[in-house]
Design a protein. Structure first.
Lengths: 306, 280
């Protein structure tokens, strides 16, 4: 249909003898900005990772020492597993929470009960709050002294004071929970959009055929939603791999390096340890993760188009 | 069970789950507001109090007078407005071409735009920092805005292209027959009918740019230019002068603009996000 319409326009243009349409003029500003901010830096970071350059000087020699050093550092694998934990649990629970909240909102809308708009807005506000502010707020809630609110709440169920931010393992869990709070809104809105497009007659038919609520959910709704869930999964995985601001403000990567996720590690190597080689090599690892996940994403999108 | 009774049960359990969700999502915001209104003793009170005994509005006065939060807010506003304008100026023509013209490599071009969206801002900011410091444009407002715009351009272009695709081609045809060229068609015919789409994407750009942290954190080292996201982290790290209640007051001030925008425009934001989402 698109091609048809374009043909008629081209036809009309030819009839009037107007200029032939070249897309270049329209796209040049976009191409220029993206080339400057993405293509050039990507090329540069890959190049820098194979050098002994530092942050300021223009001179350097080529070497692969940064990679050799990086891949033999035990800290590197520790950082990767920290990142994997953070990404895996963030993504899984954002998806689950987002799914159930959107389902509850759609149910509420069906029964025309009040409050759906308030719930929707409340969840979305979490998404709009800047990551650093989220980090600061959760940092105050995780306060480990007697004036900390989470420890106060836990004291009612006899779980005593917890070292939320000073215990290496628990701090990673604390950061992940804060991130789930932050990211659930995005999954909710995507799944909510998907639920709007669900054909209600199909669900009605399943109901008439005697499927109960759980069967309708697992056999009808989930399969129809699965492309959207998959796309959602990939987008939030990439986003979570790139998380920097919230963790920076919440723990700064500590205690030790126990919550140092990959983008924080890049920043710390370059700007705090002044180790350009280690930092840029880690950046290339993150770039590789970004590209791999994008490939999967494009593959899924291509399948959805067909 | 009679239908009426099940309905009441369903409604009851929905209200119950809504309450739980609301508490989970609003409590952190409530907590920071509460902290921002406590005085020094109550900050350290054990057990903590949900609502301060004495409401200390003076914390806000202190933050406004003794820190640069007002400056940060002003900087953020300036950056966000410039970013929105620059992004729209670039994305609208590009989206028009991607929606209306047929050319080779169009699909590939669209996919490359999508790919840039996935690249971590930390990864690109490091070489940019190095480059900017070599040519001496670190702390340059205009250069900073270009980087801000680049971060939001991929999704803005995709979003606007998707929106323009929903506007029937008949309009273009009529305009061309009336003697408009492509540029006039966009300006006089297509742009006026795509105002809702442009408004939606404007909100999304504004929210994203207000939250942007990595880019200014790495590319700015002059604290007079800091947007509020970097400014607040700066306040947090200088903890000798700023204690928790002041930090909380600063945080509340910095999210207030977004929250007000959100509550006022939530209907449009939802439709902006859902229409963007369905397009993928």
């Amino acid at each position: 249909m698109d091609a048809n319409n374009n043909m008629t326009i081209n036809h009309a243009e030819k009839k009037r003898g107007s200029w032939r349409s070249s897309p270049l003029l329209w796209l040049i500003p976009l191409i220029a900005v993206l080339a400057f901010v993405f293509v050039y830096p990507i090329f540069q970071i890959v190049r820098l990772s194979f050098t002994d350059a530092n942050l300021i000087d223009a001179d350097f020699d080529y070497t692969i020492n940064s990679y050799i050093r990086l891949f033999t550092l035990p800290g590197f694998y520790q950082m990767l597993s920290t990142t994997s934990f953070f990404v895996f649990f963030s993504v899984v629970f954002q998806l689950i929470c987002g799914f159930f909240i959107s389902l509850l909102i759609v149910q509420g809308e069906k029964f025309k009960i009040k409050g759906t708009v308030i719930v929707r807005t409340a969840v979305l506000v979490a998404w709009a709050v800047p990551g650093v502010i989220i980090g600061i707020i959760w940092n105050t809630m995780y306060n480990e002294t007697d004036s900390g609110i989470f420890n106060y709440i836990l004291s009612f169920i006899g779980m005593g004071p917890q070292p939320f931010l000073s215990d290496p393992l628990l701090s990673l869990l604390s950061v992940t929970i804060a991130n789930i709070w932050r990211g659930t809104a995005f999954s909710m809105i995507l799944i909510y959009a998907g639920l709007q497009t669900l054909p209600s007659d199909v669900i009605e038919a399943a109901r008439i055929d005697g499927a109960n609520a759980i069967q309708r959910l697992t056999r009808v709704i989930l399969p129809i939603l699965s492309p959207i869930l998959l796309i959602n999964l990939i987008i939030i995985s990439i986003d979570t791999f790139n998380t920097f601001d919230m963790v920076m403000a919440l723990t700064g990567g500590g205690p030790g390096r126990s919550t140092e996720v990959i983008s924080l590690s890049i920043y710390n190597s370059i700007f705090n340890k002044f180790n350009m080689g280690e930092g840029t090599a880690t950046a290339v690892v993150l770039l590789f993760i970004n590209v791999m996940m994008t490939m999967v994403y494009l593959k899924v999108l291509g399948r959805k188009d067909k | 069970m009679p239908l009426k009774k099940t309905n009441i049960m369903i409604k009851g359990s929905l209200y119950f789950s809504y309450t739980v969700i609301l508490i989970c999502f609003l409590f952190p915001l409530f907590w920071v507001v509460s902290l921002s209104l406590k005085n020094r003793q109550e900050i350290f009170a054990a057990p903590p109090r949900l609502i301060p005994k004495e409401i200390a509005f003076s914390n806000y006065a202190h933050v406004l007078q003794n820190t640069s939060v007002v400056q940060y807010l002003f900087n953020s506003g300036k950056i966000v407005i410039a970013t929105v304008l620059l992004t729209l100026a670039i994305a609208i023509p590009a989206a028009f071409a991607l929606s209306r013209l047929t050319f080779r490599w169009k699909r590939e071009f669209l996919l490359i735009i999508l790919m840039t969206q996935m690249i971590s801002a930390v990864v690109v900011s490091v070489p940019l920092y190095r480059f900017f410091s070599q040519v001496g444009v670190l702390n340059n407002f205009y250069v900073l805005v270009i980087v801000y715009a680049a971060v939001v351009l991929p999704f803005s272009t995709w979003f606007l292209k998707g929106y323009l695709d929903t506007i029937p081609n008949d309009l273009d045809e009529a305009a061309i027959i009336d003697g408009c060229n492509r540029w006039q068609t966009l300006r006089k015919v297509i742009f006026p009918v795509s105002v809702p789409g442009v408004a939606s994407v404007t909100i999304l750009i504004a929210v994203q740019s207000w939250s942007q942290f990595v880019v200014p954190f790495i590319l700015l080292d002059d604290s007079r230019l800091y947007p509020v996201s970097v400014g607040i982290v700066n306040l947090q790290s200088t903890q000798t002068s700023v204690t928790t209640h002041y930090l909380a007051a600063g945080s509340v001030l910095s999210i207030l603009p977004v929250i007000i925008l959100f509550v006022l425009l939530q209907r449009y934001i939802i439709s902006a996000l859902t229409s963007g989402a369905v397009k993928g």
